[in-house]
Design a protein around this ligand. Structure first.
Ligand code: LMR
Length: 295
């Protein structure tokens, strides 16, 4: 749908032709090309500006995102190896869970290939912001279009930290509202997994959020000087090597990491921030170790 997309390359190990034929009938300016299986992956990737990786298996009820590690880690690793070989300059958007580990996996793979650019590797956490905006607007009867809640940390359970005190437009929450909204935003992925009852996790809201992040990236690549998104990136905001926060996007990827959201947070948020660090650290280290073990 975006006029900023000139060509859309679709890759999967099966069933791509039908999806591409279907999408190609939309009267939009972009050309849709399909690529099936590892032998066509290099051609899929050559010359692209943005690579979006949502590949892998979804959760079933009762599972955490980390339970997907064993399958999805290898999938992300091999896809990022191909990205490194064929389009090392591209923005890389990682959606595959557990994002808290798959982004560090991608970073290590790119480092091994000698092409790691931390400004161009992103864990897509836009869905957390989309959810936070929706739930806050509903709770406080706000015009949804105006609401913007920064969500920091990571993308699993308590590592998802909505900074409700930084909501724009400025709005106040009771302690009870803060607790209830924070928990709902942290568990929103699980809410969908349970509602789908074994048929997977969020796909439509995820696609909506991913499309927003791609659109923002394409705007930044096109020279728009005013593009900000929350995303999980290499960061020095905390002592952790990766952290989700609001960043300014530019032609070369992350132009700056916005620290202001973490300043002057409430006591509740400060405690939650400290509490998430140990879990996020373990997930990041698990990803890094996975790549090193395979050497
Ligand atoms: C989500 O937040 O909906 C995704 O990360 C998928 C999941 O497993 O929850």
């Amino acid at each position: 749908m975006s006029p900023l997309v000139s060509e859309l390359h679709l890759y999967d190990i099966a069933n791509v032709k039908g999806v591409a034929a279907d999408l190609s009938h939309c009267n939009t300016p972009s050309q849709v090309l399909d690529f099936t299986g590892p032998s066509e992956l290099a051609n899929c990737l050559k010359g692209v500006d943005v690579v979006v990786i949502p590949a892998g298996v979804p959760r079933k009820p009762g599972m955490t995102r980390d339970d997907l590690f064993n399958i999805n880690a290898s999938i992300v690793k091999s896809l990022v190896e191909a990205v490194a070989d064929n389009c090392p300059e591209a923005f890389i958007h990682i959606i595959s869970n557990p994002v808290n580990s798959t982004v560090p996996i991608a970073a290590e793979v790119l480092k091994q290939k000698g092409v790691y650019n931390p400004k161009k590797l992103f864990g897509v956490t836009t869905l957390d912001v989309v959810r936070a905006n929706t739930f806050v607007a509903q709770k406080k009867n706000l015009n949804l279009i105006d609401v913007d809640v920064p969500v920091v940390g990571g993308h699993a359970g308590i590592t998802i930290l909505p900074l409700l005190s930084k909501t724009r437009p400025s709005v106040t929450f009771t302690d009870e509202e803060t607790e209830q909204l924070t928990k709902r935003i942290q568990n929103a992925g699980t809410e969908v997994v349970e509602a789908k009852a074994g048929a997977g996790s969020a796909t439509l809201s995820m696609a909506y959020a991913a499309a927003r992040f791609v659109e923002s990236s394409l705007r930044a690549l096109a020279g728009d000087p005013d593009v900000y998104e929350c995303t999980f990136v290499q960061s020095e905001l905390t002592e952790l090597p990766f952290f989700a926060s609001r960043v300014k996007l530019g032609k070369n990827g992350v132009e700056s990491i916005i620290s202001a959201d973490l300043e002057g947070v409430t006591e509740y948020e400060a405690k939650a921030l400290e509490a998430l660090k140990s879990e996020l650290k373990v997930s990041i280290e698990k990803g890094i170790e996975f790549v090193h073990k395979q050497q």
